[in-house]
Design a protein around this ligand. Structure first.
Ligand code: DGY
Length: 333
């Protein structure tokens, strides 16, 4: 049976084609994120929703879609836009796109680290502005990277991938997480440390924790105060993991040397003052934005949606309880 799939914003064509071969696909044709009201209106009666990290997927939205809705497939690995209990209650499977964006995101993290350490965007701005009068020894002095200490908060797939890439710079790798992770230690020689040691020893501190209530403002004024004045903070995870106002303050007062940010607390807004600072590299949430990655994310999305609509298990379901909940006979039956 051809069912209705609603896609909240344009994604790669092969994904739409794969879904469209079996079902009716409706894509939001406007190049902007829809408001919750617009989303609720558009998803009515659909069997699947393909969502983005900018769409809040909660009880009211699932109720608006109605009982035909059996899956919401996020075109993202992050899942902080999902209200998971609401989906379990309604028997709606939630899926994400793990694995395929690890390399792109880790490479981007290294790019951010190097860009800030060697002041590349700042130097480029200077050159384009026409102020260069020739080579001089003490000009745009940056931070050394080789053999420095790289601190990784969160030793999941992306954190581990960053550690592997950083070995090329002979960096000493330390990490912190809720528990030690054998894989990162065996692959890279990384050492498990407390959060405080991570803060006080890292020359570069990169964040790869998921956004959860307990990781919101994982880096705030206190943590920034524990970091070395020469340290560089890198964030390509989720914006609210860092208290952005506290970071602006710390950068303004040169309490740390710099920061490189791919994500922001209230996207697409930036904290007041952030973009006026020279000691920060800022890019608009593009860590996974490579052609191959975007296509592979779409392949996972279409596989997951087609699986659920034909009664099979999706590959990357983050709330398996929802599947049991839907198949269990209701108390009334
Ligand atoms: C994700 O997938 O969660 C990234 O933030 C965007 O690709």
């Amino acid at each position: 049976m051809r069912e209705k799939i609603y896609v909240t914003r344009a994604i790669p064509r092969p994904t739409i084609e794969a879904l469209g071969a079996e079902h009716e696909v409706i894509v939001n044709g406007q190049d902007r994120a829809l408001s919750p009201d617009e989303l609720r209106h558009n998803v009515k009666g659909c069997a699947a929703i393909v969502s983005l990290l900018t769409d809040r997927i909660d009880g009211p939205l699932l109720d608006a879609a109605g009982p035909s809705c059996r899956i919401v497939a996020n075109y993202a690995v992050g899942t902080n836009n999902f209200d998971i209990p609401s989906a379990i209650e309604r028997g709606v499977a939630l899926t994400n796109t793990p694995g395929v964006l690890d390399d792109a995101t880790a490479t981007h993290t290294i790019a951010l680290m190097l860009a800030m350490a060697r002041r590349i965007p700042e130097a480029e701005r200077f050159l384009r502005a026409g102020g260069w009068d020739g080579w001089k020894p003490m000009f745009f002095i940056g931070a050394d990277v080789d053999r420095k200490v790289l601190g990784i908060a969160g030793a999941g797939r992306i954190g581990r991938n960053v550690a592997r890439k950083a070995r090329g710079f002979d960096m000493e790798i330390i990490y912190s997480d809720v528990a030690p992770n054998r894989a990162i230690e065996e692959e890279t020689g990384a050492r498990f440390v407390s959060k405080d040691e991570l803060l006080t020893r890292s020359d570069f501190l990169t964040l790869h924790v998921p956004l959860l209530p307990e990781t919101r403002h994982y880096i705030g004024a206190h943590e920034l105060g524990r970091m070395k004045p020469t340290a560089i903070l890198i964030n390509a995870s989720r914006g609210p993991v860092v208290d952005e106002n506290a970071l602006v303050e710390a950068l303004r007062e040169h309490r740390i040397w710099g920061a490189a940010l791919d994500v922001f607390e209230d996207e697409p807004e930036l904290a007041p003052g952030l973009k006026d600072l020279q000691n920060v590299v800022i890019v608009p949430h593009i860590a996974s934005a490579t052609e191959q990655t975007r296509l592979q994310m779409g392949e996972i999305v279409s596989r997951n949606v087609l699986a659920v609509l034909s009664g099979r298990q999706p590959d990357s379901c983050i709330n398996a309880e929802a599947l049991t909940h839907r198949s269990a006979p209701s108390a009334a039956s």
